[in-house]
Design a protein around this ligand. Sequence first.
Ligand code: NAD
Length: 474
Amino acid sequence: MDHRDEVYIGGRWVEPVDVKRWMVIDPATEQPIAEVALGGPADVALAVAAARAAFPAFPRTSVEARIALIERIAAAFDERRDDFAASLTREIGAPTALARQQGEMAAAHLKTMLETLKGFAFERISGSLKVVKEPIGVVGCITPWNAPVSQMLSKVVPSLAVGCTTVVKPSEYAPLSALLLAEVMEAAEVPAGAFNMVNGDGAAGAALASHPDVDMMSFTGSVRTGAAIAKASADTVKRLCQELGGKSPNIILPDADLEAAVRGGVMMMFFHTGQTCGAPSRMFVPRELHDEAIKIARGLAEGLKVGDPTAQGTDLGPLVNKAQFERVNRLIQSGIDEGARLVCGGPGRPDGLTRGYYVRPTIFTDVRPEMAIVREEIFGPVLCVIAYDDVEEAVEQANATPYGLVGYIQSRDPAKAADVAGRIRAGYVSINYPPMDLTAPFGGYKQSGNGRQWGAYALDEAVELKALVRHEAW
Ligand code: NAD
């Protein structure tokens, strides 16, 4: 079993002061695979002090120097792609192909960030007014486990790009990926203190959010934790950028290519065993197409291979941990108890699997808006199919959620699709499943968050605007 006893502070590997031992459990076997040292509030304080100490010098580096720095990070990351994929499979149970895909996504974020920084205007002049974008200061980054590497990179890299220094508090369920990322930062010769990483649990996160020397918190995770971070940040009036949960609607319009629309929705829903923030978990289907849609969806779900994430051809690995396994099963049972019709799946492990946090791809229909499976973000492979009589009703129900992260529209008619997309209260609306656009602003309406990640929008989150005004033109 691997042992890792260090956190990365001020450009050095150090043993945490507030040390707590943590077992990393392989969700596919329920067996421990590594023991790591988690840090606590005292370690967070040391990391913030290192980031603060590095702050005066780091923003004075030229944009060219920061472009070169990100190029080195991208090169060092590429060298370790196989290690990242292996650690994602071990600690979060991501099937090998998915783990590699997460690496590609992270690399694409780095590439997009480089292009964005090259074209980013740090000042704008309008006569006697000059507006300058300056780094906000120390950015605290708290990340979830479901896409740990791209989540850490999509917070750290834009912050470094504008000259901020960073402290990362990764998820305790993905500490091995975080250790690898710190090794990448070390190999890329990120200046000491500009990147710090303290593995830790919620207590370390809370210490970061309340620390007076942190200027901004960038958080991705659940609504509940996002609200706690907002409260902890309030006393020191920090800026917040929060990417929270979702219960995303997928409206299939009557003119859509039904087969393609249902297939895309089912595959996206069950991708990563339903553990994605933008999962299209509520599929709205015209009533006259409902039975046909259910037939297509059931065929697809029943054809998915659930099992060992290291085996060739596995579609769905296990859920990340025992708590998620129990929660998802409880919610599936609640759907049955509340009277929804189970199309396929159900509680318990798939046949033939006796250990590991595996669940069955589950589809419900005949659901009502008040059911927990329709209201709550399940973060597991559970799809609700909802029949509608007219598009107005579908839009109304799609928006009847406290979330507003992603919306999906399926139609052959671009004008109709654009009209419905315009009425969805969500930060990112995808029409007919195009690839993700990493230059887009990514973030949520309502309780799905505040602020936006990705592209130039991410750089704008991490800057202060300074107005310089004089008599004469600049
Ligand atoms: P979580 O909220 O349980 O934990 C996220 C992080 O917060 C972890 O690092 C955790 O240690 C830390 N944390 C816990 N309590 C804290 C506290 N009191 N103060 C500060 N930090 C604390 O979320 P999770 O289970 O890791 O991830 C799943 C959630 O993340 C889902 O709700 C999902 O929708 C969301 N998510 C959102 C996006 C997005 O971009 N919107 C992307 C991925 C995941």
